[in-house]
Design a protein around this ligand. Structure first.
Ligand code: AMP
Ligand code: MG
Length: 426
Protein backbone atom coordinates (compact mmCIF):
# COMPACT_ATOMS: atom_id res chain seq x y z
CA UNK A 1 0.00 0.00 0.00
CA UNK A 2 1.26 3.48 -0.73
CA UNK A 3 -0.21 5.43 2.20
CA UNK A 4 0.33 9.19 2.02
CA UNK A 5 3.80 9.71 0.56
CA UNK A 6 5.77 12.08 2.74
CA UNK A 7 7.44 14.69 0.50
CA UNK A 8 10.29 14.96 3.02
CA UNK A 9 11.00 11.27 2.94
CA UNK A 10 13.95 10.11 0.86
CA UNK A 11 14.39 6.42 1.19
CA UNK A 12 17.94 5.21 0.80
CA UNK A 13 18.38 1.54 -0.06
CA UNK A 14 20.92 -0.59 1.84
CA UNK A 15 24.32 -1.19 0.18
CA UNK A 16 24.92 -4.21 -2.04
CA UNK A 17 26.50 -7.25 -0.44
CA UNK A 18 30.23 -7.71 -1.05
CA UNK A 19 29.68 -11.15 -2.52
CA UNK A 20 26.88 -10.14 -4.88
CA UNK A 21 28.90 -11.15 -7.92
CA UNK A 22 30.32 -14.34 -6.41
CA UNK A 23 30.14 -17.31 -8.75
CA UNK A 24 29.78 -20.86 -7.49
CA UNK A 25 33.27 -22.37 -7.04
CA UNK A 26 34.64 -24.84 -9.52
CA UNK A 27 32.48 -23.83 -12.45
CA UNK A 28 34.40 -23.63 -15.72
CA UNK A 29 31.86 -22.10 -18.08
CA UNK A 30 28.65 -20.77 -16.62
CA UNK A 31 25.52 -21.13 -18.76
CA UNK A 32 23.86 -17.79 -19.57
CA UNK A 33 20.71 -18.75 -17.62
CA UNK A 34 22.69 -19.53 -14.44
CA UNK A 35 24.63 -16.28 -14.70
CA UNK A 36 21.38 -14.32 -15.10
CA UNK A 37 19.73 -16.16 -12.19
CA UNK A 38 22.69 -15.18 -10.01
CA UNK A 39 22.42 -11.52 -10.96
CA UNK A 40 18.70 -11.61 -10.33
CA UNK A 41 18.97 -12.99 -6.79
CA UNK A 42 22.10 -11.17 -5.64
CA UNK A 43 21.43 -7.64 -6.88
CA UNK A 44 19.00 -5.16 -5.31
CA UNK A 45 17.78 -1.63 -6.01
CA UNK A 46 20.40 1.04 -5.22
CA UNK A 47 18.48 4.21 -6.08
CA UNK A 48 16.75 6.38 -3.47
CA UNK A 49 13.02 7.06 -3.71
CA UNK A 50 11.04 10.22 -3.18
CA UNK A 51 7.55 11.57 -3.85
CA UNK A 52 6.68 13.17 -7.18
CA UNK A 53 3.41 14.35 -8.77
CA UNK A 54 2.07 11.39 -10.76
CA UNK A 55 1.92 13.47 -13.94
CA UNK A 56 5.73 13.92 -13.84
CA UNK A 57 6.65 10.25 -13.59
CA UNK A 58 6.84 9.16 -17.25
CA UNK A 59 9.75 6.71 -17.62
CA UNK A 60 10.42 6.58 -13.88
CA UNK A 61 10.38 3.47 -11.68
CA UNK A 62 7.67 3.14 -9.02
CA UNK A 63 9.15 2.49 -5.58
CA UNK A 64 5.78 1.43 -4.09
CA UNK A 65 2.60 -0.05 -5.49
CA UNK A 66 0.05 2.58 -6.47
CA UNK A 67 -3.59 2.30 -5.36
CA UNK A 68 -6.66 3.98 -6.84
CA UNK A 69 -7.93 6.90 -4.76
CA UNK A 70 -11.34 6.75 -6.41
CA UNK A 71 -13.24 4.22 -8.50
CA UNK A 72 -13.29 4.47 -12.28
CA UNK A 73 -15.88 5.34 -13.36
CA UNK A 74 -16.83 7.07 -10.10
CA UNK A 75 -20.57 6.88 -10.85
CA UNK A 76 -22.76 4.76 -13.10
CA UNK A 77 -23.01 6.55 -16.45
CA UNK A 78 -24.12 6.22 -20.03
CA UNK A 79 -21.87 4.62 -22.66
CA UNK A 80 -23.80 6.19 -25.57
CA UNK A 81 -25.94 9.13 -26.67
CA UNK A 82 -29.58 8.05 -26.28
CA UNK A 83 -32.48 7.80 -23.84
CA UNK A 84 -32.48 6.39 -20.32
CA UNK A 85 -35.23 4.63 -18.34
CA UNK A 86 -35.83 1.93 -15.73
CA UNK A 87 -35.84 -1.44 -17.49
CA UNK A 88 -38.28 -2.97 -15.00
CA UNK A 89 -40.87 -0.32 -15.85
CA UNK A 90 -41.05 -1.16 -19.57
CA UNK A 91 -44.46 -2.30 -20.82
CA UNK A 92 -44.75 -5.56 -22.72
CA UNK A 93 -44.52 -5.14 -26.48
CA UNK A 94 -42.82 -2.25 -28.32
CA UNK A 95 -42.45 0.55 -25.73
CA UNK A 96 -43.63 4.14 -26.15
CA UNK A 97 -42.33 6.26 -23.25
CA UNK A 98 -43.09 9.91 -22.48
CA UNK A 99 -39.94 12.06 -22.08
CA UNK A 100 -39.34 14.04 -18.91
CA UNK A 101 -38.21 17.65 -19.35
CA UNK A 102 -34.49 18.26 -19.16
CA UNK A 103 -31.52 16.04 -19.96
CA UNK A 104 -28.42 14.43 -18.46
CA UNK A 105 -25.03 15.31 -19.95
CA UNK A 106 -21.40 14.57 -19.00
CA UNK A 107 -20.51 16.88 -16.13
CA UNK A 108 -24.10 18.28 -16.00
CA UNK A 109 -26.19 15.69 -14.12
CA UNK A 110 -29.99 15.63 -14.04
CA UNK A 111 -31.06 16.38 -10.48
CA UNK A 112 -34.53 14.89 -10.42
CA UNK A 113 -35.86 11.35 -10.52
CA UNK A 114 -37.15 9.78 -13.72
CA UNK A 115 -40.57 8.24 -12.91
CA UNK A 116 -41.26 4.61 -13.90
CA UNK A 117 -42.48 4.30 -17.46
CA UNK A 118 -40.74 7.55 -18.48
CA UNK A 119 -37.49 8.23 -20.35
CA UNK A 120 -34.91 11.01 -20.35
CA UNK A 121 -32.50 12.32 -22.96
CA UNK A 122 -28.99 11.27 -21.91
CA UNK A 123 -25.53 11.81 -23.45
CA UNK A 124 -22.32 9.76 -23.31
CA UNK A 125 -20.55 10.00 -19.96
CA UNK A 126 -23.57 11.48 -18.14
CA UNK A 127 -24.27 10.07 -14.66
CA UNK A 128 -27.37 7.88 -14.75
CA UNK A 129 -30.18 9.86 -13.03
CA UNK A 130 -32.22 8.24 -10.24
CA UNK A 131 -34.75 5.95 -11.88
CA UNK A 132 -32.51 5.06 -14.84
CA UNK A 133 -30.58 1.81 -15.25
CA UNK A 134 -30.76 1.24 -19.02
CA UNK A 135 -29.99 3.40 -22.05
CA UNK A 136 -31.20 2.91 -25.62
CA UNK A 137 -29.05 4.21 -28.46
CA UNK A 138 -30.54 7.28 -30.15
CA UNK A 139 -30.29 5.57 -33.57
CA UNK A 140 -32.75 2.92 -32.35
CA UNK A 141 -35.62 5.23 -31.39
CA UNK A 142 -38.19 7.43 -33.10
CA UNK A 143 -39.12 10.63 -31.28
CA UNK A 144 -41.45 13.60 -31.73
CA UNK A 145 -39.76 15.55 -28.95
CA UNK A 146 -42.25 14.57 -26.25
CA UNK A 147 -42.07 10.74 -26.34
CA UNK A 148 -39.87 7.96 -27.75
CA UNK A 149 -40.84 4.70 -29.41
CA UNK A 150 -38.60 1.66 -29.97
CA UNK A 151 -38.69 -2.10 -30.53
CA UNK A 152 -39.03 -4.49 -27.62
CA UNK A 153 -36.05 -6.62 -26.59
CA UNK A 154 -33.45 -4.28 -25.04
CA UNK A 155 -31.52 -6.01 -22.23
CA UNK A 156 -31.50 -4.67 -18.65
CA UNK A 157 -28.55 -2.25 -17.99
CA UNK A 158 -27.75 -2.04 -21.72
CA UNK A 159 -25.30 0.78 -22.59
CA UNK A 160 -24.84 1.65 -18.90
CA UNK A 161 -21.40 1.62 -17.26
CA UNK A 162 -21.32 0.42 -13.67
CA UNK A 163 -19.53 2.53 -11.03
CA UNK A 164 -16.10 0.95 -10.48
CA UNK A 165 -16.49 -1.51 -13.39
CA UNK A 166 -12.99 -0.53 -14.58
CA UNK A 167 -11.18 0.04 -11.25
CA UNK A 168 -12.47 -0.14 -7.66
CA UNK A 169 -11.38 2.47 -5.12
CA UNK A 170 -8.40 1.16 -3.13
CA UNK A 171 -7.44 -1.37 -5.80
CA UNK A 172 -3.72 -1.74 -6.61
CA UNK A 173 -3.40 -0.33 -10.12
CA UNK A 174 0.39 -0.45 -10.63
CA UNK A 175 3.02 -2.62 -8.91
CA UNK A 176 6.28 -1.47 -7.39
CA UNK A 177 9.08 -1.76 -9.96
CA UNK A 178 6.85 -0.61 -12.80
CA UNK A 179 8.44 1.66 -15.40
CA UNK A 180 5.72 4.28 -15.82
CA UNK A 181 4.26 4.45 -19.35
CA UNK A 182 2.07 7.09 -20.98
CA UNK A 183 -1.06 4.91 -20.52
CA UNK A 184 -0.10 4.56 -16.83
CA UNK A 185 -0.32 8.35 -16.58
CA UNK A 186 -3.92 8.08 -17.84
CA UNK A 187 -4.73 5.36 -15.30
CA UNK A 188 -3.29 7.32 -12.37
CA UNK A 189 -5.05 10.52 -13.46
CA UNK A 190 -8.40 8.71 -13.89
CA UNK A 191 -8.23 7.19 -10.41
CA UNK A 192 -7.24 10.37 -8.59
CA UNK A 193 -3.62 9.51 -7.81
CA UNK A 194 -1.79 12.72 -6.92
CA UNK A 195 1.68 11.84 -5.71
CA UNK A 196 3.65 8.63 -5.99
CA UNK A 197 6.98 7.37 -4.73
CA UNK A 198 9.48 6.96 -7.58
CA UNK A 199 13.13 6.12 -7.62
CA UNK A 200 15.82 8.47 -8.84
CA UNK A 201 17.06 7.69 -12.32
CA UNK A 202 19.92 5.22 -12.21
CA UNK A 203 23.20 7.05 -12.88
CA UNK A 204 25.56 4.93 -14.93
CA UNK A 205 29.16 5.91 -15.64
CA UNK A 206 30.86 4.84 -18.87
CA UNK A 207 34.62 4.48 -19.17
CA UNK A 208 36.71 3.20 -22.09
CA UNK A 209 40.12 1.69 -21.43
CA UNK A 210 43.04 1.12 -23.77
CA UNK A 211 46.27 2.88 -24.83
CA UNK A 212 45.17 2.56 -28.45
CA UNK A 213 42.03 4.67 -28.10
CA UNK A 214 41.60 8.15 -29.56
CA UNK A 215 38.59 10.37 -29.04
CA UNK A 216 35.91 10.00 -31.71
CA UNK A 217 35.90 13.00 -34.02
CA UNK A 218 39.49 13.97 -33.18
CA UNK A 219 42.72 13.18 -35.03
CA UNK A 220 44.17 9.72 -34.43
CA UNK A 221 47.85 8.80 -34.63
CA UNK A 222 48.98 5.75 -36.53
CA UNK A 223 48.20 2.66 -34.49
CA UNK A 224 45.34 4.38 -32.73
CA UNK A 225 41.67 3.55 -33.17
CA UNK A 226 38.74 5.75 -32.32
CA UNK A 227 36.78 4.94 -29.19
CA UNK A 228 33.64 3.36 -30.63
CA UNK A 229 32.27 1.73 -27.47
CA UNK A 230 31.73 4.85 -25.42
CA UNK A 231 29.31 6.61 -27.78
CA UNK A 232 27.45 3.31 -28.19
CA UNK A 233 27.20 2.61 -24.45
CA UNK A 234 26.23 6.19 -23.61
CA UNK A 235 23.54 5.97 -26.30
CA UNK A 236 22.20 2.67 -24.99
CA UNK A 237 21.95 4.05 -21.45
CA UNK A 238 20.03 7.03 -22.78
CA UNK A 239 17.62 4.65 -24.51
CA UNK A 240 17.29 2.56 -21.34
CA UNK A 241 16.05 5.70 -19.61
CA UNK A 242 19.01 6.08 -17.25
CA UNK A 243 21.30 9.05 -16.59
CA UNK A 244 24.59 8.36 -18.39
CA UNK A 245 27.79 9.86 -16.97
CA UNK A 246 30.64 10.15 -19.47
CA UNK A 247 33.98 9.38 -17.83
CA UNK A 248 36.00 9.52 -21.00
CA UNK A 249 38.97 7.32 -21.89
CA UNK A 250 41.63 5.91 -19.66
CA UNK A 251 45.06 4.52 -20.67
CA UNK A 252 46.19 1.02 -19.69
CA UNK A 253 47.63 2.28 -16.42
CA UNK A 254 46.53 1.00 -13.06
CA UNK A 255 46.85 4.31 -11.20
CA UNK A 256 44.90 6.25 -13.82
CA UNK A 257 42.25 3.57 -13.94
CA UNK A 258 41.87 3.51 -10.14
CA UNK A 259 41.45 7.29 -10.16
CA UNK A 260 38.83 7.07 -12.91
CA UNK A 261 36.92 4.39 -11.01
CA UNK A 262 37.04 6.55 -7.89
CA UNK A 263 35.42 9.40 -9.79
CA UNK A 264 32.86 7.04 -11.28
CA UNK A 265 31.93 5.52 -7.92
CA UNK A 266 31.41 8.99 -6.51
CA UNK A 267 29.03 10.19 -9.21
CA UNK A 268 27.25 7.04 -10.35
CA UNK A 269 25.25 4.08 -9.08
CA UNK A 270 26.84 1.65 -11.54
CA UNK A 271 29.86 1.67 -13.84
CA UNK A 272 30.31 0.22 -17.34
CA UNK A 273 33.89 -0.12 -18.50
CA UNK A 274 34.98 -1.60 -21.80
CA UNK A 275 38.34 -3.21 -22.57
CA UNK A 276 40.91 -4.72 -20.27
CA UNK A 277 38.53 -7.24 -18.78
CA UNK A 278 40.34 -10.52 -19.47
CA UNK A 279 43.45 -11.88 -17.77
CA UNK A 280 46.17 -10.46 -20.08
CA UNK A 281 49.10 -8.16 -19.20
CA UNK A 282 47.22 -5.00 -20.04
CA UNK A 283 43.93 -6.11 -18.58
CA UNK A 284 43.94 -3.70 -15.68
CA UNK A 285 40.20 -3.56 -15.09
CA UNK A 286 40.10 -7.19 -14.04
CA UNK A 287 43.39 -6.87 -12.13
CA UNK A 288 42.18 -3.87 -10.12
CA UNK A 289 38.79 -5.36 -9.42
CA UNK A 290 40.43 -8.59 -8.31
CA UNK A 291 42.67 -6.70 -5.86
CA UNK A 292 40.16 -4.31 -4.42
CA UNK A 293 36.75 -4.90 -5.88
CA UNK A 294 35.58 -8.31 -4.70
CA UNK A 295 35.67 -9.36 -8.31
CA UNK A 296 34.67 -12.61 -9.83
CA UNK A 297 35.70 -13.35 -13.34
CA UNK A 298 32.63 -14.52 -15.15
CA UNK A 299 33.38 -17.10 -17.76
CA UNK A 300 30.04 -17.27 -19.44
CA UNK A 301 29.25 -19.84 -22.09
CA UNK A 302 28.41 -17.16 -24.60
CA UNK A 303 29.51 -16.10 -28.07
CA UNK A 304 30.45 -13.31 -28.61
CA UNK A 305 31.77 -12.43 -25.18
CA UNK A 306 34.96 -13.26 -23.35
CA UNK A 307 35.21 -13.22 -19.58
CA UNK A 308 33.16 -10.47 -18.09
CA UNK A 309 34.72 -8.78 -15.05
CA UNK A 310 32.09 -8.07 -12.42
CA UNK A 311 32.99 -6.47 -9.11
CA UNK A 312 32.32 -3.66 -6.65
CA UNK A 313 34.44 -0.50 -6.53
CA UNK A 314 33.83 1.23 -3.19
CA UNK A 315 30.46 -0.52 -3.13
CA UNK A 316 29.49 0.51 -6.66
CA UNK A 317 28.88 -2.34 -9.10
CA UNK A 318 31.26 -2.42 -12.08
CA UNK A 319 30.46 -4.27 -15.29
CA UNK A 320 33.82 -4.83 -16.97
CA UNK A 321 32.78 -5.40 -20.59
CA UNK A 322 35.02 -6.84 -23.29
CA UNK A 323 36.67 -4.29 -25.57
CA UNK A 324 35.45 -5.78 -28.83
CA UNK A 325 32.47 -3.66 -29.81
CA UNK A 326 30.33 -6.64 -30.82
CA UNK A 327 31.03 -8.47 -27.56
CA UNK A 328 30.56 -5.22 -25.63
CA UNK A 329 27.11 -4.74 -27.15
CA UNK A 330 25.98 -8.34 -26.63
CA UNK A 331 27.25 -8.43 -23.02
CA UNK A 332 25.55 -5.11 -22.32
CA UNK A 333 22.21 -6.20 -23.75
CA UNK A 334 22.20 -9.72 -22.33
CA UNK A 335 23.78 -9.15 -18.88
CA UNK A 336 24.12 -5.52 -17.98
CA UNK A 337 20.61 -4.67 -19.19
CA UNK A 338 18.65 -6.95 -16.81
CA UNK A 339 21.14 -6.29 -13.99
CA UNK A 340 20.76 -2.52 -14.40
CA UNK A 341 16.98 -2.95 -14.24
CA UNK A 342 17.35 -4.58 -10.82
CA UNK A 343 19.71 -1.82 -9.62
CA UNK A 344 17.23 0.79 -10.89
CA UNK A 345 14.41 -0.88 -8.91
CA UNK A 346 12.59 -2.25 -11.95
CA UNK A 347 10.89 -5.60 -12.19
CA UNK A 348 13.08 -8.37 -13.58
CA UNK A 349 12.35 -8.58 -17.29
CA UNK A 350 14.02 -10.42 -20.13
CA UNK A 351 13.68 -9.13 -23.69
CA UNK A 352 10.81 -10.71 -25.57
CA UNK A 353 11.79 -12.47 -28.77
CA UNK A 354 9.78 -14.45 -31.29
CA UNK A 355 10.37 -17.25 -33.76
CA UNK A 356 10.93 -16.53 -37.45
CA UNK A 357 12.06 -18.65 -40.37
CA UNK A 358 15.82 -18.38 -40.88
CA UNK A 359 17.11 -16.85 -44.13
CA UNK A 360 20.50 -18.53 -43.51
CA UNK A 361 22.14 -21.83 -42.73
CA UNK A 362 24.53 -22.51 -39.88
CA UNK A 363 26.14 -25.36 -38.07
CA UNK A 364 26.31 -24.45 -34.39
CA UNK A 365 28.62 -26.08 -31.84
CA UNK A 366 27.26 -27.26 -28.48
CA UNK A 367 28.17 -25.88 -25.06
CA UNK A 368 27.43 -22.19 -25.37
CA UNK A 369 24.73 -19.78 -26.33
CA UNK A 370 25.25 -17.66 -29.44
CA UNK A 371 23.93 -14.31 -30.54
CA UNK A 372 24.08 -13.35 -34.21
CA UNK A 373 23.59 -9.85 -35.55
CA UNK A 374 20.31 -10.05 -37.42
CA UNK A 375 17.41 -8.24 -39.01
CA UNK A 376 14.05 -9.12 -40.55
CA UNK A 377 13.55 -8.92 -44.28
CA UNK A 378 10.57 -10.45 -46.11
CA UNK A 379 9.45 -12.10 -42.87
CA UNK A 380 12.71 -14.01 -42.42
CA UNK A 381 15.67 -13.53 -40.10
CA UNK A 382 18.83 -12.55 -41.99
CA UNK A 383 22.19 -12.62 -40.22
CA UNK A 384 25.30 -10.55 -40.88
CA UNK A 385 27.75 -12.24 -43.23
CA UNK A 386 30.66 -12.26 -40.78
CA UNK A 387 30.60 -13.32 -37.13
CA UNK A 388 33.93 -11.56 -36.38
CA UNK A 389 33.57 -9.65 -33.14
CA UNK A 390 35.48 -6.62 -34.42
CA UNK A 391 32.99 -6.04 -37.23
CA UNK A 392 31.29 -2.87 -36.10
CA UNK A 393 29.50 -2.46 -39.45
CA UNK A 394 27.47 -5.56 -38.60
CA UNK A 395 26.20 -4.00 -35.37
CA UNK A 396 24.90 -1.07 -37.30
CA UNK A 397 23.53 -3.25 -40.12
CA UNK A 398 21.60 -5.35 -37.61
CA UNK A 399 18.23 -4.43 -36.09
CA UNK A 400 18.28 -7.19 -33.50
CA UNK A 401 19.88 -10.47 -32.47
CA UNK A 402 19.20 -14.09 -33.33
CA UNK A 403 19.52 -16.17 -30.17
CA UNK A 404 20.72 -19.76 -30.53
CA UNK A 405 20.28 -21.97 -27.43
CA UNK A 406 23.21 -23.71 -25.72
CA UNK A 407 23.03 -27.05 -27.55
CA UNK A 408 24.33 -28.02 -30.99
CA UNK A 409 22.12 -27.14 -33.93
CA UNK A 410 21.99 -27.49 -37.69
CA UNK A 411 20.02 -24.61 -39.13
CA UNK A 412 18.72 -24.67 -42.68
CA UNK A 413 16.87 -21.84 -44.44
CA UNK A 414 13.22 -21.85 -43.33
CA UNK A 415 13.94 -23.38 -39.90
CA UNK A 416 12.50 -21.39 -36.98
CA UNK A 417 15.01 -19.27 -35.04
CA UNK A 418 14.49 -16.89 -32.13
CA UNK A 419 14.76 -13.22 -33.09
CA UNK A 420 15.05 -10.44 -30.49
CA UNK A 421 14.64 -6.91 -31.85
CA UNK A 422 17.00 -4.31 -30.35
CA UNK A 423 13.90 -2.34 -29.33
CA UNK A 424 12.82 -5.04 -26.89
CA UNK A 425 15.88 -4.26 -24.75
CA UNK A 426 14.67 -0.69 -24.16
P1 AMP B 1 40.52 -5.64 -24.90
O1 AMP B 1 39.26 -6.22 -24.34
O2 AMP B 1 40.99 -4.42 -24.16
O3 AMP B 1 41.58 -6.68 -25.01
O4 AMP B 1 40.19 -5.16 -26.38
C1 AMP B 1 39.75 -6.08 -27.36
C2 AMP B 1 39.70 -5.44 -28.72
O5 AMP B 1 38.71 -4.40 -28.71
C3 AMP B 1 40.98 -4.76 -29.13
O6 AMP B 1 41.11 -4.95 -30.52
C4 AMP B 1 40.74 -3.30 -28.80
O7 AMP B 1 41.51 -2.43 -29.57
C5 AMP B 1 39.28 -3.17 -29.11
N1 AMP B 1 38.68 -2.10 -28.32
C6 AMP B 1 38.81 -1.93 -27.00
N2 AMP B 1 38.14 -0.86 -26.58
C7 AMP B 1 37.56 -0.32 -27.67
C8 AMP B 1 36.75 0.82 -27.90
N3 AMP B 1 36.39 1.62 -26.88
N4 AMP B 1 36.33 1.07 -29.15
C9 AMP B 1 36.68 0.27 -30.17
N5 AMP B 1 37.44 -0.83 -30.04
C10 AMP B 1 37.90 -1.13 -28.80
MG1 MG C 1 42.64 -3.24 -24.09
Amino acid sequence: MTGEPDPEARLMPPPLRDDCFAMPAGVEWTPVEDALALLRTNLAPVTPASALPATETLGRVLARPVTARRANPPTANSAVDGYGFAHASLPSGDPVLPLVAGRAAAGVPFDGTVPPGHAIRILTGAALPDGVDTVILEEEVRTDGSAIAFRAGIKPRANARRAGEDVEAGQTILPAGRLVTAPDLALMAATGVGEVMVRDRLRVAVLSTGDELAEAGEPAAEGQIWDANRPMLLGLLEQFGYAPLDLGRCPDDRGALAAALDRAAEGADAILTSGGASAGDEDHVSALLREAGAMTEWRIALKPGRPLALGLWHGTPVFGLPGNPVAALVCTLIFARPALRVLAGEEWRMPQGFDLPAAFSKSKKPGRREYLRARIRKGRAEVFASEGSGRISGLSWAEGLVELADGAREIAPGDPVRYIPYSSFF
